[in-house]
Ligand binder design. Structure first.
Ligand SMILES: Nc1nc2c(c(=O)[nH]1)N[C@H]1C(S)=C(S)[C@@H](COP(=O)(O)OP(=O)(O)OC[C@H]3O[C@@H](n4cnc5c(=O)[nH]c(N)nc54)[C@H](O)[C@@H]3O)O[C@H]1N2
Ligand SMILES: Nc1nc2c(c(=O)[nH]1)N[C@H]1C(S)=C(S)[C@@H](COP(=O)(O)OP(=O)(O)OC[C@H]3O[C@@H](n4cnc5c(=O)[nH]c(N)nc54)[C@H](O)[C@@H]3O)O[C@H]1N2
Ligand SMILES: [Mo]
Length: 758
């Protein structure tokens, strides 16, 4: 942490509204600093425009009809500036920075250095990365992979990877003979998939952007859209303008949830901004299962009082199973326990139940506030129950909306990046390519962490991302990664995972979203992505790459696969790398919904993938109907002297990449090692505001410690605290995971504070 002055921390008042003029100014300033005015202007005008590139910021969809001239937000612009930077990390840079000198650098410092320009290698016994040719780099990968067995090789993907690249990458892993395909989704929305697949027969959301506009009621649960999905605020405002209502459920009074100033409208520049939430439930971390059980109970009670007014009986009878058991389980409720679990009063919950009962079209949106706790899958199943009760599937303005993170994380899964692939997918893949894919499950991200610890990984390839920082138990993970034989990072910029290298380590620099990809005999190429609402569309960068040595991701994957698998392999990797239409041809024959992929991806707005619950009210579950489920009540309770800690993103970061040191909406400047705690809890625990403490996490009798955090009095829910990801990841025990999905419990830590000594 040497490059950050911890004592510079400034704390102001949290803001009550998001976006507005400051957002535009901040975005432009960041762009000019990184990329200069011309590249900034060139890149910003192409974001999310037809024929332009997909914003690498988040997975929120673009409007289908009229697109505003500037279909981006402050944080999208910051993400673009981060990539479009003119600063470079050359082989000379690596030469001037022996690995030891990089050990104490933060990801903030590392990414500020710029775009990596050439492949580099760190060999055993050497003290720094050195230039290597692409050909030698791929031969080195082949040498290592072929010296071990496929199950000791792991292929990680971060969700920025485009569809075509992801498809080739999983094809490579399976051709080799492994399903070890962990991805960032394992750490993100896996719990959503685990809950949705068995209950509604699809692991994705069931709404379109138009549905959000048309909804009578939208819940925004466990999500901070003002920072992480800013364009969602425009959709929520549109919904309210049409008479819809919004309920926010969050332990933190996040700026964007309360008010919104639309930077794309003149009126958005001045005043308080539009109200976003009609009701704000300031819930305790982990209390959502209790909340949705209570809401289900109240809906059933209202239905008993006025039969036929709340429950959609026709839908429930025809399209669902398990209603009776669910209704029996929710017939009674322990209000004392519900209030304890949620930190909400019975009256507050009843007020929201009333809105729900009156709504004929409800959408439930959620993000990581629900997915990273032991009982996350139960919580999301409970949300499905409440939606099913009122028939909120397959009608306008209604449905489930897990708001995804990385801009193509959903597409990567559709393309087969999954450690537990389904038989139908593998059979189609094998038939198309004449390979025999392995059938056993591979490692997810948590299992990969365990495998690193047990020294079971010889080769770790990462297509993007920053695995060492993103995952739990930082210390153990880093130690394990350092013992691996070969680590390979396909990256745009340096990050901590490059420093925590295996005995041999390769960094392979790639083109990003904004870069032009035109070194192909068949001309300039484009790629495609799928957004949070199952829309598939093309993306094509325009900027001159910062170095002539960069290769496009599909080319890197193809050349790596060809080197590893050798000449006799049935897959024609070269043809796919030459012309991405060839990849799309294969995809169109393997993955349902991608028929005529090449034709439809060239349509004006791309195309929407089939979604049975939304399109036809059908549910491809085991029983052929949507499933009500019954979960016992569960919530997080901290023993005396402890709080429940959740980890969040600041307004100035993209996961493990930082744009700056501020969290403007929460009033925090120039510091990230902070813990937000309710002032009354600070007092009860005997700590002062701004006190410097060490944080101790407790899990199954084991403790982890992270030093030097400043306590900040903040209006969070009582009994809860919040810290930034990834600074707090060292505190997360690797066995603290969500049941069924195995997603790390990043929002479910039990912690106490000790005054920092010395
Ligand atoms: N600018 C920017 N955009 C991003 C990202 C980024 O880092 N920067 N990351 C991208 C990615 S990969 C993802 S997955 C998404 C993440 O998007 P979010 O899910 O919005 O991300 P977090 O910052 O983790 O915020 C979690 C929210 O849930 C709340 N919360 C925590 N615990 C609970 C709980 O128990 N119950 C309820 N109801 N709420 C709770 C927190 O207070 C916080 O508001 O954003 C994507 N977009
Ligand atoms: N405590 C805590 N931990 C968390 C979370 C949390 O809420 N709390 N959230 C989890 C979530 S939701 C996620 S998604 C993961 C994120 O985990 P990752 O996806 O692994 O991490 P990122 O920080 O998004 O990856 C950033 C790196 O990607 C590379 N990169 C950027 N653009 C490109 C590109 O176009 N191509 C390639 N090849 N590389 C590129 C750059 O080198 C950059 O350093 O973290 C998880 N970890
Ligand atoms: Mo994510």
């Amino acid at each position: 942490m040497k490059d950050i002055d911890e004592d510079a921390l400034r704390v102001g008042h949290p803001e009550t509204s998001a976006a507005g003029l400051t957002a535009v100014a901040v975005a432009l300033q960041r762009g000019f600093e990184q990329a200069g005015p011309l590249r900034t202007a060139r890149s910003l005008v192409r974001i999310n425009q037809r024929g332009g590139f997909d914003c690498p910021g988040c997975a929120w969809p673009e409007p289908n009809g009229h697109r505003k001239a500037a279909e981006f937000c402050e944080n999208g612009a910051k993400a673009v500036a981060e990539e479009a930077t003119v600063h470079t990390v050359t082989p000379e840079w690596w030469d001037a920075h022996p690995i030891e000198s990089l050990e104490d650098k933060t990801d903030y410092w590392l990414s500020k250095q710029g775009r990596i320009t050439e492949p580099v290698v760190l060999r055993p016994g050497d003290d720094r990365y050195r230039r290597i040719s692409w050909g030698d780099a791929f031969d080195l990968v082949a040498e290592h992979v072929n010296a071990t067995t496929p199950e000791r090789c792991v292929f990680y993907t971060s969700g920025r990877t485009a569809n075509e690249t992801a498809f080739m990458y999983q094809l490579f892993a399976r051709s080799l003979g492994t399903n070890n395909l962990p991805d960032c989704s394992n750490m993100c929305h896996e719990s959503s998939g685990s809950a949705l697949n068995p209950t509604i027969g699809i692991g994705k959301g069931t709404v379109s952007l138009e549905d959000i506009h048309d909804a009578q009621l939208v819940f925004v649960v466990g999500q901070n859209p003002g920072t992480n999905h800013p364009r969602m605020l425009s959709a929520l405002k549109e919904c309210r303008d049409r008479g819809g209502k919004v309920v926010a459920v969050n332990p933190l009074p996040e700026a964007g949830l309360l008010h919104f100033k639309d930077p794309q409208q003149l009126s958005g520049y001045v005043g308080e901004g539009a109200t976003i939430s009609d009701e704000f439930l300031q819930i305790k971390v982990g209390g959502d299962l209790a909340l949705f059980q209570a809401l289900g109970h109240l809906l059933l009670e209202e239905e008993r009082r006025a039969p036929g007014t709340v429950v959609d009986r026709a839908f429930v009878d025809a399209q669902t199973e398990g209603f009776d058991a669910y209704a029996a389980a929710r017939a009674s409720i322990d209000w004392d326990e519900t209030e304890r679990a949620t930190g909400l009063s019975r009256l507050e919950i009843a007020a929201v139940a009333k809105l729900l009962a009156a709504s004929k079209a409800t959408i439930m949106c959620w993000a990581l506030g629900l997915t990273q706790q032991p009982h996350s899958v139960d919580t999301i199943r409970e949300i499905v129950n409440v939606l099913l009760l009122q028939g909120n599937f397959g009608k306008p303005g209604a449905g489930a909306c897990p708001v995804r993170g990385h801009s193509n994380v959903q597409g990567d899964r559709t393309m087969g990046i999954w450690e537990k692939p389904q038989e139908g997918f593998l059979a189609a893949l094998d038939a198309e390519f004449g390979i025999v894919s392995p059938r056993g499950h591979g490692f997810d991200s948590t299992e990969a962490l365990h495998a690193f610890e047990r020294d079971e990984i010889d080769v770790f390839v990462a297509l993007g991302g920053n695995f060492a920082q993103a995952n739990s138990d930082t210390e153990a993970l880093e130690a394990g990664m350092r013992r691996a034989g070969l680590t390979v990072h396909i990256s745009t910029k340096p990050n901590r995972s490059h420093i925590v290298h295996g005995r041999t380590s390769l960094i392979l620099p790639t083109l990003g979203r904004t870069d032009r990809d035109d070194k192909h005999a068949s001309g300039r190429q484009f790629l495609s992505v799928e957004d949070s609402m199952s829309m598939v569309h093309s993306t094509q960068g325009r900027l001159e790459p910062v170095s002539e040595h960069l290769l496009a991701e599909p080319v890197i994957v193809a050349r790596m696969a060809a080197a590893v698998l050798g000449g006799g392999h049935p897959v024609d990797w070269r043809a796919m790398a030459e012309d991405y239409d060839v990849i799309r041809e294969h995809i169109s024959r393997v993955i349902p919904g991608f028929e005529d992929f090449n034709g439809r991806v060239r349509q004006k707005n791309g195309f929407q993938l089939p979604n049975p619950p939304r399109d036809t009210r059908t549910f491809a579950t085991d029983v052929g109907r949507a499933q009500f489920t019954v979960s016992p009540l569960e919530y997080l309770e901290a023993p005396p002297g402890h709080l429940i800690l959740q980890t969040v993103r600041s307004h100035d970061q993209y996961n493990t990449t930082f744009y700056g040191q501020d969290d403007r909406y929460r009033g925090i400047s120039d510091g990230r090692r902070v813990i937000l705690v309710h002032p009354a809890d600070l007092e009860d625990l005997g700590f002062a505001d701004r006190e410097l403490v060490d944080v101790v996490s407790v899990f199954r009798g084991e403790e982890r410690r992270a030093d030097r955090f400043r306590l900040v009095g903040y209006p969070t829910a009582r009994g809860c605290a919040a810290a930034y990801f990834p600074e707090a990841n060292a505190l997360v025990h690797r066995d603290l995971v969500a049941r069924e999905s195995n997603t790390p419990g990043f929002k479910a830590l039990t912690v106490r504070f000790v005054p920092h000594a010395g």
